[in-house]
Design a binder for this molecule. Structure first.
Ligand code: PMP
Length: 468
């Protein structure tokens, strides 16, 4: 094996073979078959600017999957970089154990205000007033699940120890989050070590104006299941608006409201996992606010720092928070915490990100760009014989590639054709896309411009030629 020490940050082109060797043999990439990766041409990124990433071989790539769905302003937006640099010159890290720090206090206050703004048309002002920090999306979910269990225990509902989740849902890769997830291929090898959740259908609605026929049946089943488990359920966990990892599956309109109603009726908490859908990916900051449904606990991650630094946030309602109040000896305080929870650098980025969202009217921009993107895709590939019904909410887009028999829901293992299209887009157009099974996903930076939309659409349209 090559010597894996790199002595200089100023990498010369001639270093590429050695770096690529380390990349293929030492660096273990996530969700990647390393044997397959070893045969690919390594793309080793050196810097980013806007929607583009530049590799050490001076090639430019358009980041159409937003660096695993988190990019809000593209890469290294100068205002975010400045906020991080200014914070770094003051304080890089101090924990939230025993003491507090300025950026965490400021962010917590601003976030709660921003959530309020999202729910301004609701009958009652939201009570999502309590911000718990962690450092990634999975931990934001893990925190929410522990919070729900401890809450039920402390209000005397000790038999409420279970979760209701949805088929094809994804909530992260830690054990609690994995238990709540239901994409079988991701979890089956761990299944014996996971705890059981009750799964319900997630009725998909592709066309915003056309409710699926099965929603009433799903709704009846959901209510019956929740009634049957009415003394056992601690919480329902759902990706509101659209399921991401299962291949961009939009949720039937108004369904979240039904879920909330049953939660109220049966004393169950509603946890919305907005790690992907939140922070304007589907429009508003809080995705559930689009239908004015207020969760009891909301999980945020990915775009919260503009996608520049890791952060997880779990926001809880007054009702949840109050159940944790007591004497120390009662041990009612929330039994959870991470060393880097609410890291000051990440907080500084998130504070600036929130300001930019309102200063640059990001929510309105997402709406306009989403419409533009949808129209461009429809015009270019909508009638292609291998393209199924394009799924989109905001700037979360999935293009199912039909199999030879015309089926468009072939599942995660049937990735060959979508993979071919993505590989062609990368090879010929330097557009980075990632297939999820047979679905090509597009999750661009939220400030994407017309020329980038055109570049991505062209890459996919030409890429489809790889299917013969
Ligand atoms: N929840 C959802 C809905 C997600 O899409 C993801 C990541 N794709 C996560 C949780 C986990 O986030 P992270 O990768 O930051 O752990």
């Amino acid at each position: 094996m090559a010597d894996s020490r790199i002595s200089s940050r100023n990498v010369a082109l001639r270093d590429f073979p050695r770096l690529a060797e380390i990349d293929r043999t030492v660096l273990w990439h996530p969700y990647t078959q390393m044997r397959e990766y070893a045969h690919l041409d390594s793309i080793i990124i050196e810097r980013g600017e806007g929607p583009y990433l530049y590799d050490i071989r001076r090639r430019r790539f358009l980041d159409a999957f937003g660096s695993m769905w988190c990019s809000v302003w593209g890469h290294n937006h100068p205002e975010l970089v400045k906020a991080i640099q200014t914070q770094a010159s003051q304080l890089c890290h101090s924990s939230l154990f025993s003491v507090s720090h300025l950026p965490a206090v400021e962010l917590a206050g601003n976030l709660v205000e921003a959530i309020r703004e999202d729910f301004r048309f609701a009958d009652d002002p939201p009570s999502l007033n309590h911000v718990f920090f962690s450092d990634n999306g999975s931990t934001a979910v893990e925190v929410a699940m522990k919070m729900a269990l401890q809450y039920q225990n402390q209000i005397g509902q000790i038999s409420r120890t279970q979760f209701l989740t949805f088929y094809d849902g994804y909530h992260g890769d830690t054990f609690g989050a994995m238990s709540a997830s239901a994409i079988q291929v991701f979890r089956q090898k761990f299944a014996p070590s996971l705890f059981q959740c009750t799964n319900q259908s997630y009725p998909m609605q592709v066309d915003p104006d056309e409710k699926p026929d099965n929603w009433r049946m799903n709704d009846r089943n959901l209510e019956a299941t929740m009634a049957g488990l009415s003394d056992k359920l601690a919480a329902v966990i759902i990706e509101p608006v659209i399921q991401g990892a299962s291949g961009m599956r939009p949720l039937c309109e108004d369904y979240l409201g039904r879920i909330k109603r049953y939660c109220r009726e049966y004393g169950v908490l509603l946890i919305t996992d907005e790690v992907f859908t939140g922070f304007c990916r589907t429009g508003p900051l809080i995705a559930s606010s689009a239908e004015l449904v207020e969760p009891d606990i909301v999980c945020l991650g990915k775009g919260i720092t503009g996608g520049e630094l890791p952060m997880g946030v779990t926001v809880a309602s007054d009702r949840v928070y109050e159940a944790f109040s007591g004497e120390w000896s009662e041990m009612k305080h929330f039994l959870h915490g991470h060393t880097f929870s609410g890291n000051p650098l990440a907080c500084a980025a998130a504070i600036r990100n929130l300001q930019m969202i309102s200063e640059y009217k990001l929510k309105e921009n997402v709406k306009a760009r989403a419409r533009e993107f949808g129209q461009a895709l429809k015009a270019a590939i909508g009638s292609h014989p291998r393209v199924g019904r394009i799924r989109q909410r905001g700037l979360a887009i999935g293009i199912p590639i039909k199999d030879a028999k015309g089926a468009e829901d072939a599942g995660y293992m049937a990735r060959a054709d979508a993979n071919k299209v993505c590989a062609a887009a990368l090879q010929n157009h330097r557009v980075i896309l990632r297939p999820l099974g047979n679905v090509i996903t597009i999750v661009p930076p939220l400030n994407i411009e017309t020329q980038h939309i055109e570049e991505i659409v062209r890459a996919i349209s030409e890429g489809l030629k790889a299917l013969g």
